[in-house]
Design a protein around this ligand. Structure first.
Ligand SMILES: NC(=O)C1=CN([C@@H]2O[C@H](COP(=O)(O)OP(=O)(O)OC[C@H]3O[C@@H](n4cnc5c(N)ncnc54)[C@H](O)[C@@H]3O)[C@@H](O)[C@H]2O)C=CC1
Ligand SMILES: O=C([O-])CC(=O)C(=O)O
Length: 310
């Protein structure tokens, strides 16, 4: 198994680190445009191999796409992160060009790969990758729901005083401060609905904290988060590589599911060796479907910016 991670910054390097520790690949290429940066990070990570006991060979390259040839999975993290006070959507001007160029270069050497898009604004960057690559829709996945669902579990666990691992909770919609939809009515603690354990105020607090989870960390750190984003992406890679068929909220192209067409949004997806193997199209309540439609409108407006940029 050969995997490439594009962008050796905070998220890309953390994702690569997780992939190596889990030994998901024999060969892992880390590519960045900044001279020597991916090489340095890769050597640093390889110098943990003796300590951590992993066998993955990590190689860093500066913009050398030939080195990525034959990658079965490619993760795209290249692009600017937001600064405090910014929205993810404000990154579109810079990141659309980066993601489009990277996708074109990757496909020259790995025409049948599965791509996971992380760069923000993720829903629109995933849609752009779908349109740029011409790959079948099952081979393009956006990372956002894995992270947001894990954040949702974190905030729920804080309120319930329980282990996040005992929780089942899912975020769908867009990967944006106002577009994500934590499905609180469906969340359970070992099968017990959390809506029966938390007051309405507590539930509202958890939902609100989850939605601005990324912005909160950006305010604290000065740039956006990377540990949970890196781990969320690696979990998707793992489900592909090990053909786990895990149900992970992910950005996928919708063709009628949840009443939406020609858009990428986050919904529950079974992820296996063929990428997005099945979208679980379950019935939302009227309020949830209304929120989903509103998120779709917002993401569609962002997607329209791509046309204006051309
Ligand atoms: N979807 C999600 O849930 C999340 C998305 N993100 C997004 O991921 C992206 C990366 O975030 P960080 O790693 O924190 O940023 P970073 O600034 O630490 O790393 C980005 C890297 O991309 C590289 N890069 C820029 N243009 C490139 C190109 N054309 N080819 C190859 N490499 C290129 C830069 O040199 C830099 O090393 C941002 O857009 C951020 O908003 C971050 C966290 C979560
Ligand atoms: O907040 C950001 O800009 C980065 C991101 O998508 C996240 O951490 O959820």
């Amino acid at each position: 198994m050969k995997i490439t991670v594009v962008g050796a910054g905070a998220v890309g390097a953390t994702c690569a680190d997780n992939i190596a520790r889990k030994e998901l690949a024999e060969e892992l290429i880390l590519l960045d445009i900044k001279e020597g940066f991916a090489e340095g990070k890769s050597i640093d990570m390889m110098q943990t191999a003796a300590l951590l006991g992993f066998d993955t060979k990590i190689k860093g390259v500066t913009n050398d796409y030939a080195a990525t040839a034959g990658s079965e999975v490619v993760v795209i993290t290249s692009g600017l992160p937001r600064k405090p006070g910014m929205t993810r959507e404000e990154l579109i001007g810079t990141n659309a060009n980066i993601v489009k160029g990277v996708t074109e270069n990757i496909l020259k050497y790995s025409p049948d790969t599965i791509i996971i898009v992380v760069s923000n604004p993720m829903d629109t960057m995933n849609y752009l990758t779908l349109k740029t690559s011409g790959l079948p829709k099952n081979r393009i996945l956006g990372m956002g729901g894995a992270l947001d669902s894990s954040r949702f579990k974190y905030y729920l666990s804080q309120e319930l005083g329980c282990s996040p691992a005992d929780l089942n909770a899912v975020v769908i919609g867009g990967h944006g401060d106002t577009t994500m939809i934590p499905l609180i009515q469906h969340a359970t603690w070992n099968s017990i609905p959390v809506s029966q354990l938390l007051s309405k105020e507590q539930q509202d607090k958890v939902v609100a904290a989850t939605m601005v989870g990324g912005a909160t960390l950006t305010g604290l750190i000065g740039t956006s988060a990377w540990y949970a984003p890196g781990a969320g992406t690696a979990a998707m890679v793992e489900s592909i590589v090990r053909d786990e068929k895990k149900l992970i909220s992910s950005g996928v192209y919708l063709d009628g599911e949840y009443g939406q067409k020609d858009i990428s949004l986050v919904v529950p997806v079974i992820i296996g060796k063929n990428g997005a193997e099945k979208i679980l199209d379950f019935k939302l309540s009227e309020a949830e479907q209304g929120a989903f439609n509103k998120s779709a409108d917002a993401v569609r407006n962002m997607n329209a910016v791509l046309t204006d940029m051309n």
